[in-house]
Design a protein around this ligand. Structure first.
Ligand code: TRP
Ligand code: SF4
Length: 329
């Protein structure tokens, strides 16, 4: 049953992936793959250009780093089609065709567009390509006639826009594309080491490429409940980022030990972090080892992406033909 349903998702090549990416998006992608869906996962390098067109030096390397992490996380090129967006130029042609039928106000009112224009500092992104970001995303999705798109909540407006574009295209010409549905990814709460959202740009992330000692060291220096300035001061685990990690990586006994010990000042933060840090380091060790092995053979990774992209091109080409015929072009 699942075999007949197509799943598609993409990630912008931000370089090495962190624990938040692993426990959220990647874990979910792997589950869908293992449940037998026909999965397509790609590195959205053109989308990276929309905000980073001025400095493109690292894009290629970031694409490769990301692919290495995907393999580490268990995405399997024998089961899923793993590819690079710009290696499947069919996306660009469909994007162009869609751009003819998308009314400008749909794009101007896109909340992501408005937010990012305000938020992204030091980059000039008031560009044609940036405005069209969701049109390219729609092309990415519908060129595989995807049924499901696993994404985080921030991407829901883009998915809604994709559905609107599909309806408009199908009405204007003929029924070519199914309306894709978002599959909302649940992210466990895993803040960065400073308590803010885990992010590469805050320099507070734990990476799949971090060796076990680095993982332990990052946890050792992690922020805690500031109320526990001294060993005898009790704390509140619910506001401590270390405790968020306990909830994901520790046993039920360890969790209640940490909770009680924190509230009664029965344990110190050093002990508390030690237990969690050891759990995390051993959980992550297999990824680290696998990563080192995969990263040592970059040509194999590139070849895997080439094969995946060829497969994707075949599928995309078929849909493109239908779209051209529908548009009489
Ligand atoms: N916009 C997505 C993000 O920033 C990445 C992306 C590009 C994507 N094309 C896609 C996600 C198609 C899902 C489907 O995370
Ligand atoms: Fe956080 Fe543990 Fe310290 Fe409590 S004891 S503040 S949960 S590190």
């Amino acid at each position: 049953m699942n075999e007949s349903k197509r799943v598609l998702s993409g990630m912008r090549p931000s370089g090495k992936l962190h624990l938040g990416n692993l426990m959220g998006a990647l874990k979910n992608w792997k589950e869908l793959q293992d449940e037998g869906y026909h999965c397509h996962y790609f590195v959205a390098d053109w989308h990276a250009l929309t905000t980073d067109y001025e400095d493109t030096k690292e894009i290629k390397e970031n694409v490769m780093e990301m692919a290495v992490d995907w393999l580490c996380a268990g995405l399997d090129p024998g089961k899923s089609t793993l590819f690079v967006q710009s290696w499947v130029p069919e996306h660009a042609e469909l994007h162009l065709m869609l751009s003819m039928v998308v009314p400008l106000p749909w794009l101007e009112r896109n909340p992501t567009f408005k937010e990012q224009l305000k938020e992204i500092e030091g980059k000039e992104i008031f560009n044609y390509g940036f405005l069209g970001y969701p049109v390219l995303q729609a092309a990415d999705i519908i060129i595989y006639k995807a049924h499901y798109v696993p994404v985080g909540a921030d991407q829901l407006p883009h998915l809604e826009l994709t559905r609107e574009i599909v309806r408009r295209f199908n009405n204007l010409y003929r029924e070519v594309f199914p309306e894709p549905e978002a599959l909302l990814t649940e992210y466990p709460k895993l803040p960065g080491t400073d308590g803010r959202k885990m992010s590469k740009s805050y320099d507070n992330a734990i990476y799949l490429s971090d060796p076990p000692d680095v993982v332990r060291e990052k946890i050792r220096t992690m922020m805690t409940d500031p109320a526990r300035a001294r060993r005898k001061d009790p704390g509140n685990p619910e506001i401590c980022p270390v405790f968020d990690f306990h909830k994901v990586f520790s046993s039920p006994e360890q969790i209640s030990w940490a909770e009680k010990g924190c509230k009664t000042a029965g344990i110190g933060c050093v002990d508390c972090k030690k237990v969690m840090g050891d759990n995390l380091a051993s959980e992550m060790k297999p990824y680290f080892e696998k990563r080192a092995e995969i990263a040592s053979k970059p040509e194999k990774v590139a070849e895997m992406l080439r094969e995946g992209s060829d497969r994707a091109r075949k599928e995309a080409g078929k849909t493109l033909k239908e779209a051209r015929e529908a548009m009489n072009i």
